[in-house]
Design a protein around this ligand. Structure first.
Ligand code: MG
Length: 490
């Protein structure tokens, strides 16, 4: 796709685009950063208003050349349909044909962008955020989340308030497409061993969390021959069942229901269903890194090797599980757009995040909750084992998360000091996103928060004692750096 605005960026009076996209509201040379690691996320009625959405969509309408249509889909939040219609109208008035896909999971919308030969996709969603949030996620013609440089071009146009006005005979057509969910489910069914899964006749408790998976996962499970018991299976943007983030605390009903009805397992999706998190038959929560490790091992084994891409925050268990099988882990910065782009360039066999957002390149380069669900069932069916049984074989690690106050303006300086110190010390370390230090007992990650006055300290080891010891080491190093650099933290 040729993006017209990219060529214009160089001539823009605002100057060159910052390659790091650092937020710098006071400077005339750098636009305000609107897109975070997963698109735009804001509070409805505060920053996220009709005017704001019109302004961002107007910039998209100018960035994407007039040609094939743009697909628009959205989640079930109270404001999503209204904002999505604002997006459709603005794109059409800017001369673009629009295909409205309606309320669907994010991965189903991503799948439908190339399937419908759309040249771009706009998703109105705030994923797992609390109900007062909404946001915008942008998708390229190949279904991948757009790279940062396209976001920068859009940010520059938003800043310059340049509107595109079309005469009556160049307004785009808006058409509705109701087939997005079935196209997506049918494709997943083609990619897994349906017969093996159907033979197991799984009983599954599915918690849709009042999100978009209501339109896809119940159908998928029934077509896979499962007996399905649903929880929170009506779309409701106030999230009356539980908050949309699939944490252990938020899915207490699911944990109780699975053993109560004698189900094989439970599964919960976040609001836009790009994640799937599991509960075993005894109602025990399975952390996302366990599913990531389990599927990485199965897929690398089936491929006799291959690259698995995951952010620096991922568990050591992924490396431990795939190395003996000839697999290689490639680390990236935190954020799924970076992971998917790296998977594409490395021709990775699998990838994903420790939060349950897993990516199956044989289907599409997108985090995908329904594909994760179907893949876990396939692994259970093929191995003829239970989920808890398969998880028992995986390396066990303990992750400790700490934080230390550090002023936002000092974060980069502190990090640079810590990196320099590590260079002098030597050993294995990564500087992709913060500083990740590999030690004999495990690893330490020192990473500035993206939004708060904090340095995050993560430490992982095989025992609680070792993990806590590594975290203490990390904290001591950050504190020493703050002291040496004379940074006040209160
Ligand atoms: Mg999500």
């Amino acid at each position: 796709m040729e993006l017209r605005a990219l060529a214009g960026v160089k001539r823009n009076r605002l100057g060159t685009v910052s390659s790091r996209g650092v937020m710098n509201p006071g400077s005339p040379s750098t636009p305000v950063r609107l897109f975070g690691t997963n698109g735009i996320r804001e509070v409805v009625g505060e920053k996220l208003t009709a005017e704001f959405v019109t302004s961002v969509t107007g910039a998209i309408a100018q960035t994407v050349p007039i040609g094939p249509p743009i697909a628009v889909g959205w989640d079930g939040r109270t404001s999503s349909t209204a904002f999505a219609r604002t997006v459709s109208s603005t794109l059409a008035l800017g001369g673009h044909g629009v295909i409205e896909l309606g309320i669907l999971p994010t991965p189903a919308i991503q799948f439908n962008v190339p399937a419908l030969k759309a040249q771009f996709g706009v998703i109105v969603t705030a994923s797992h955020n609390p109900p007062e949030y909404n946001g915008i996620k942008l998708i390229a013609a190949d279904g991948l989340e757009i790279p940062r440089r396209v976001e920068e071009a859009i940010e520059l146009l938003v800043e310059s308030h340049a509107a595109q006005r079309m005469p009556f005979d160049r307004i785009g057509e808006v058409r509705l497409d109701g087939g997005g969910a079935s196209r997506y489910v049918e494709r997943i069914l083609q990619l897994v061993d349906q017969a093996a899964i159907q033979r197991r006749r799984f009983t599954i408790v599915l918690d849709c969390g009042n999100g978009t998976s209501v339109y896809t996962s119940p159908t998928l499970l029934r077509l896979l021959g499962c007996r399905v018991i649903t929880l929170n299976a009506q779309v409701d943007g106030t999230f009356p069942g539980h908050l949309s983030e699939p944490t252990e605390a938020n899915v207490a009903d699911l944990r109780h229901t699975v053993p109560a009805v004698g189900a094989d397992l439970g599964v919960v999706h976040d609001g836009d269903a790009d994640r799937a998190v599991f509960v075993d038959s005894r109602g025990r929560y399975v952390p996302g890194e366990k599913t990531l490790t389990l599927l990485a091992r199965e897929i690398v084994e089936a491929h006799h090797g291959g690259v698995v891409v995951t952010p620096v925050s991922a568990s050591q268990s992924v490396e431990d599980a795939i190395r003996p099988l000839g697999g290689e882990v490639v680390y990236t910065k935190v954020g799924s757009p970076v992971v998917t782009r790296e998977m594409q360039s490395r021709r990775a066999v699998f990838g994903g995040e420790e939060n349950g957002g897993l990516i199956f390149p044989q289907f599409q380069l997108a985090r995908d909750g329904a594909m994760t669900l179907a893949s876990v069932l396939e692994v259970l069916a093929r191995n003829e084992r239970t989920l808890e049984d398969l998880l028992k074989d995986l390396p066990d690690y303990v992750l400790v998360k700490e934080k230390i106050a550090c002023p936002i303006e000092a974060r980069e300086k502190v990090l640079a000091f810590l990196v320099e110190e590590q260079r002098t010390k030597g050993g294995r370390f990564l500087t992709l996103d913060g500083l990740k230090i590999f030690e004999d007992a495990g690893w330490i990650l020192l990473r500035p928060s993206g939004t708060e006055s904090l340095m995050r300290v993560f430490a992982e080891a095989k025992t609680v004692d070792d993990a806590q010891q590594l975290a203490r080491t990390g904290i001591a190093r950050v504190k020493a750096a703050l002291q040496i650099l004379g940074v006040a933290t209160n």
